[in-house]
Write a protein that binds this ligand. Structure first.
Ligand SMILES: C[S@@+](CC[C@H](N)C(=O)[O-])C[C@H]1O[C@@H](n2cnc3c(N)ncnc32)[C@H](O)[C@@H]1O
Length: 306
């Protein structure tokens, strides 16, 4: 099913490219079910042009208070994954991580700093840090500010959390001249960024409404980010028909937006029960759309193709 936002994105891409004459290349989307620290070995070396992901938020994630036995176990997983992300990414390209420090009782675990350090240890270099600001009035279930309301005295203040961090890290240098020399005209035209639109994103503070907890939403119980985050990142850091990876794919937001923007995708998710949600969100819940393809793999073999 094609949504109105997809149509408007495609129309915008065609308009930016100077008209509607450009053909649409079928895209491929591959979902792998399993632990990404193991499953990434199914992804060939230097085959990915952009990685966008939001890892599990240690034990602060809604509904998963004991996901990891310790903070060290979380960092060990991230270290193993970081090495694999470095291997699968093409040289010069970007990994974008949506993370934030996590408060568990009185301690704020410094995820942003620790994840940056372990990514740098495997070879990435930090390029940008964007603050994703959620609307005023957004209140996380931690009810941090409630402590001061109960005890209106110094030392009781814990701030409500309205922002998340988008870390932009790069693998080596991007060879602009060499890359553009080889880029087909059609890919160049389809990847062009609309300057007027970009001006709205050009600062390092992005004000974007988070996924609202509306009744019946497909992302229920998944800490999904809104489409607008991968949509901007895909347009800023990948070219048309390239492949985008999300190793912690959750509800499949990255796969959905990659498809809408004419990119291929690979998603990895440890919870098998999310398969139907991902398939639906990416627009593969029925056989109506045949142009793009979706494949599903478990640890051993490919089990289904559309
Ligand atoms: C913060 S959510 C990602 C949400 C996603 N960005 C979206 O928009 O729906 C993190 C996801 O990572 C998954 N996950 C946790 N550990 C994993 C692992 N070792 N390998 C693969 N997926 C994992 C969780 O089940 C969860 O769905």
């Amino acid at each position: 099913m094609r949504t109105s936002s997809k149509n408007s994105c495609e129309l915008a891409a065609a308009r930016d490219a100077g008209g509607g004459a450009l053909s649409r290349m079928p895209t491929t989307h591959r979902l792998i079910i399993g632990d990404c620290s193991e499953m990434l070995n199914k992804v060939p070396t230097r085959s990915i042009s952009l990685i966008i992901t939001s890892p599990p938020y240690f034990n602060g994630q809604l509904g998963f208070p004991d996901l990891f036995p310790s903070y060290e176990a979380f960092l060990e997983l991230m270290t193993r994954v970081a090495g694999e992300l470095y291997r699968v990414l093409e040289s010069g390209r970007i990994v974008a991580l949506v993370v934030d420090d996590v408060r568990i009782r009185r301690r704020l675990y410094p995820l942003v700093g620790d994840v940056t350090r372990l990514m740098e240890e495997v070879g990435f270099r930090k390029r940008e840090e964007i603050a994703w600001l959620k609307p005023e009035g957004y209140i996380r279930t931690s009810r941090r500010s409630g402590v001061l309301i109960q005890h209106p005295y110094p030392m009781y203040s814990f701030f409500d959390n309205r922002k998340e961090t988008i870390l932009i890290l790069q693998k080596g240098k991007f060879e602009y001249d060499r890359f553009f020399e080889r880029l087909p005209d059609q890919a160049k035209a389809k990847s062009r960024i609309d300057i007027t639109e970009w001006q709205k994103w050009s600062s390092d503070v992005w004000c974007i409404t988070n996924c609202l907890p509306t009744r019946g939403r497909i992302e229920k119980d998944i800490a999904a980010f809104p489409d607008e985050i991968p949509r901007r990142l895909i347009r800023l850091y990948s070219f048309w028909n390239e492949t985008v990876l999300d190793p912690f794919v959750g509800s499949g937001t990255v796969m959905k937006t990659a498809r809408e923007l004419g990119r291929n995708s690979i998603g990895i998710e440890i919870r098998p029960e999310l398969e139907t949600i991902i398939r639906t969100k990416a627009g593969f819940s029925n056989n109506a759309q045949k142009k793009d393809s979706f494949s599903l793999e478990y640890a051993a073999a490919i089990t289904q193709d559309q």
